[in-house]
Design a protein around this ligand. Structure first.
Ligand SMILES: [Zn+2]
Length: 247
């Protein structure tokens, strides 16, 4: 089969698979028709879904050119990012996720972590580190509309609980203790999304802050709302950086 540079194919099913040893996860067409050509595919999608997840996308045959116009290297496929949709999440009850190894500058070293059970099973778990791991692994931003509402809610719940635990019952904006305790004895704080979900913000640890009602009102209604939001964003980034160094 020969392909021409620029050929486009719609509705191609692509599947994530483990890279060799410690390399990042890759994507290949499941149809032999494409002769296992390499695929250019967004990295965050390769990493945020378990290995074996399939996506559907329009792909285009590409080949690099030298300055003189001659062709260089093998042909490859490029997934059109605006067309990517999740086809089927890996059915295995044991998810395998690619996680970038910490402390590597190149960002090319990965380890593959097996995790049993899905988010719903572990949402009740109050262990901070475990919640943190889940919160990060489920921090999707591109594909909100393609995953089920139940999954979105489950993730929101995890992120919320994560922010509340991280706050240690103090407002993450003004750093005052929570104003009161709820009936169940937990500190009352509200979870604020630094970049609104509707504006493309992610349900991710560094996009949420557990803040007191006063600060929540200020960051929503005050004249300096935007500035205050940036203040909160910087605080959360520092906090997450500090936790990253510890774990
Ligand atoms: Zn506050």
């Amino acid at each position: 089969m020969s392909y021409t540079d620029g050929d486009e194919f719609e509705q191609v099913v692509l599947k994530t698979f483990k890279g060799e040893s410690e390399t990042r996860p890759r994507v290949k067409p499941i149809d032999d028709f494409f002769d296992n050509m390499k695929v250019e595919f967004p990295r965050n999608l390769r990493e945020n879904y378990p290995i074996g997840t399939t996506f559907i996308a329009t792909v285009k045959v590409c080949q690099k050119h030298n300055k003189d116009g001659s062709l260089r290297g093998p042909k490859y496929l490029k997934a059109d990012t605006s067309t990517i949709d999740v086809h089927e999440k890996s059915k295995s009850s044991e998810e395998e996720m690619a996680v970038q190894k910490t402390g590597t500058q190149s960002g090319r070293a990965y380890e593959y972590i097996r995790r049993t059970g899905v988010i719903e099973d572990t949402a009740a778990e109050s262990d901070f580190n475990q919640l943190r791991e889940i919160a990060y692994s489920k921090a999707l931003d591109l594909v909100e509309s393609t995953i089920s509402q139940a999954k979105i809610r489950a993730r929101q719940e995890v992120i919320k609980r994560y922010a509340l635990l991280r706050s240690k019952s103090q407002c993450e904006a003004c750093e005052e203790p929570a104003p009161f305790l709820k009936k169940n004895g937990e500190a009352y704080l509200e979870v604020h999304h630094i970049i609104e979900l509707s504006k493309g913000g992610a349900d991710a640890p560094d996009n949420v802050a557990a803040i007191c009602p006063n600060c929540h009102a200020r960051v929503t209604h005050s004249g300096d709302a935007n500035i205050y939001n940036t203040t909160i964003q910087n605080k959360i980034r520092k906090l997450e950086d500090a936790i990253n160094k510890l774990t």
